[in-house]
Structure formats: structure tokens, C-alpha cells
Design a protein. Structure first.
Lengths: 240, 115
């Protein structure tokens, strides 16, 4: 049995909304059909033999359960300010909108999806006031592999106007991390000096050895930095 | 017109599949080919459409599947379908219903005249 056949069968089954037993049955039959067609034609490409997995799954899905279409879109009947409380869709062509929205593309107060937009957004690509995800963009706080925020960013690569934490942290004000660039920096490995035209003064302290010096500058020049951000810095660096 | 054709075809697939399996035990791919050749290309069923029909017939108890390995080269035994006693009875009923239906439609259409 060719590996590509198994992969094809798994892709088709993965796209179906069926119970486990039906999926097992279908997987078995697709593999057998591919094998038969391969023996008949000599063609090894499953897509050439049966068409795209998506089309195959769609035909199967329609036939197996006509009531349940291949894609599902659901909304709760309860609404608030015209928006459904809960909204869900696994259809990439549909944007799920609700107070809690879940979908490939979603917009909501709490938004969860591959492409999520909301006050609190969670997703592979998320945009919001607070966003969490692979790539996240936020006004207040972004957390993720790549996090970009106006206020605070935390991530592998963190970019923020005020405060950035991460492997590579870049900020205008404070950056804490492995490699940093900001006005005030607490770095583990190295820092990138900024040009004098951009900032008047720059401080870089290697942590944990120069933690006290960092703390002193932080207290002296960033007293109005915002209590939440102060608390975050103090708790992460364990300074008073 | 195409849509009407499709709808008509869809309605008879179950009878045709059951009839073919009644003649001899068949596996999925063989069924697809038999449907196409015996209907001279009219009933060309998509692969994705055949299996749901087979599942329905199997779930209703009209057919049952079993594994058979005819070739030593083929590692995975083929899944064959055979008709059950209930299936034979249902097929007879389906054919009777179809003949009644056909007679009525033929009768109505033969009296059709140009307006």
C-alpha cells in the first residue's frame, strides 16, 4: 500500500463530520479503491485517481448524511445587542461572528480561530486588544510566537512601543529578553544599541548580574510607567 | 434537463447496485465499472457516491460484506458484497414498484399531445 494512498485517505476522513465507525469504514474503502485503480491503471497519484481529497470528501459528506452538510455553521438563538452569544463555523468561506466566536475566520468579544479578531483573540493569526497566538497583533497586550503590540508584547519575537519581553525583544521604552533593543534593557545575551537621534539615553544591563542597576534606573526614569506593566516587570525579574 | 437526469439517476442507483450484486458478488471498483459498462456509460457513478449507497444497503441488511483474497500478490484482501435474503425480497419489491411506476408514467406520457 502506497504511503500517498494512506495520506489521501486520512485527509478525506479528516474532513468529514462522521462517527468513528463510519470514518473507519470509509478509510478502508478509499484505500481499497485506490489500490484497485492503481492496479488497473498503474497511476500512483491518488489525486489523479480520485480527484482532490476535498472534492471527494464533499461528495461523500453530502451522500452520507444529507442533513449534515460538509461544513457546519451554528449560532446560538440567544443574542445580546444584535450579536449571537455563541457562533461557530468550520467553513472557511464564512466569518463566524458573535460574543464568543469560533471559526476558521472569527470576529467576537472572545474570538477563537485560525484568523481571529476580537477584544480577546486566540488563534494562529490573532488581532485584538489582547491577543494570543502564533502571530498576534494587539493594542494592549500580545502573546505569541511573534507578538506585536502597542503596549506590551510577550513572545519569541516581541515588538512593542512600551514593553517587550522575549527571545528577541524590541521596544521604544523597555525590553527584556535574550536579545534586546530599547531605551532600557535587561538582556541575557546581547543588546542592539539605538542611534542617539532616536533616543536621548539608553541603558543596557545584563541579567541577572546587573539586576540592581536595572531596578534603580527603572525606578528613577520610569516611575509613571503604569502599574500593571510595573507589576509585570517586578514579578518577572523579581525586583522590588 | 441535466438536473432532471441527475435526479432520475439518483433514484435508481440503489436498485441497480442491488440488482448487480444479486447477479454475483462484487467489490466496489468492479461495481463502478459494471454500472458504467452495462448502462453504456449512462450510469457513471462518482466514487464518492458509491460507498454511501453501499453503506445504506448494508445498514438496511440488504447486502453484507466479506473479505476474499484471490491473488497472492495482493496483500490486502478485497471486500466483496453479497446480497442477503432480505435484500433479494426487497429487490423484488423494488422491481415491482419500478414496473408499476414505469407503466403509469408511460401511460400518462403516451396520451400527451401537442397543445
Amino acid at each position: 500500500m502506497l504511503k500517498s494512498f494512506r495520506k489521501y485517505a486520512n485527509q478525506v476522513v479528516g474532513m468529514l463530520n462522521s462517527d468513528t465507525e463510519t470514518k473507519r469504514r470509509i478509510r478502508e474503502d478509499i484505500l481499497e479503491l485506490l489500490q484497485d485503480r492503481y492496479e488497473d491503471t498503474g497511476i500512483t497519484d491518488p489525486v489523479e485517481l480520485l480527484g482532490s481529497p476535498h472534492n471527494f470528501a464533499e461528495t461523500l459528506g453530502e451522500e452520507i448524511n444529507k442533513a449534515a452538510s460538509f461544513y457546519r455553521t451554528k449560532q446560538s438563538s440567544t443574542t445580546f445587542l444584535g450579536l449571537p452569544l455563541l457562533s461557530y463555523s468550520n467553513n472557511p468561506a464564512v466569518t463566524s461572528k458573535g460574543w464568543i466566536a469560533v471559526g476558521i475566520k472569527s470576529i467576537g468579544f472572545i474570538s477563537i480561530g485560525s484568523f481571529a479578531t476580537g477584544i480577546f483573540s486566540f488563534g494562529a493569526f490573532s488581532i485584538g486588544l489582547f491577543s494570543f497566538g502564533g502571530v498576534s497583533l494587539a493594542l494592549l497586550a500580545a502573546f505569541g510566537g511573534v507578538a506585536v503590540a502597542y503596549d506590551t508584547a510577550l513572545g519569541g519575537v516581541a515588538v512593542a512601543y512600551h514593553l517587550a519581553f522575549g527571545g528577541f525583544a524590541i521596544a521604544k521604552d523597555i525590553a527584556i529578553g535574550g536579545l534586546t533593543s530599547a531605551r532600557l534593557m535587561a538582556y541575557l545575551q546581547a543588546y542592539l544599541p539605538q542611534s542617539e537621534s532616536m533616543i536621548k539615553s539608553q541603558w543596557a544591563f545584563r541579567i541577572p548580574n546587573e539586576l540592581d542597576s536595572f531596578s534603580e534606573i527603572f525606578k528613577r526614569y520610569f516611575s509613571d510607567f503604569g502599574s500593571v506593566k510595573k507589576t509585570i516587570i517586578q514579578s518577572i525579574l523579581r525586583i522590588k | 434537463m441535466d438536473r432532471l437526469n441527475q435526479q432520475l439517476k439518483k433514484g435508481v442507483f440503489e436498485i441497480l447496485v442491488l440488482k448487480l450484486i444479486n447477479e454475483e458478488d462484487l467489490y466496489g471498483y468492479e461495481l463502478l465499472n459494471r454500472l458504467e459498462t452495462e448502462s453504456h456509460g449512462t450510469f457513471r457513478l462518482k466514487e464518492g457516491s458509491l460507498y454511501p449507497i453501499l453503506y445504506r444497503l448494508e445498514d438496511k441488511g440488504f447486502i453484507e460484506s466479506y473479505r476474499k483474497n484471490l491473488s497472492s500478490e495482493r496483500k490486502v484482501p478485497r471486500k466483496y458484497y453479497r446480497i442477503t435474503k432480505t435484500g433479494i425480497e426487497s429487490l423484488q419489491e423494488m422491481i415491482a414498484s419500478w414496473n408499476d411506476f414505469k407503466t403509469i408514467i408511460d401511460g400518462m406520457l403516451s396520451s400527451w399531445r401537442e397543445i
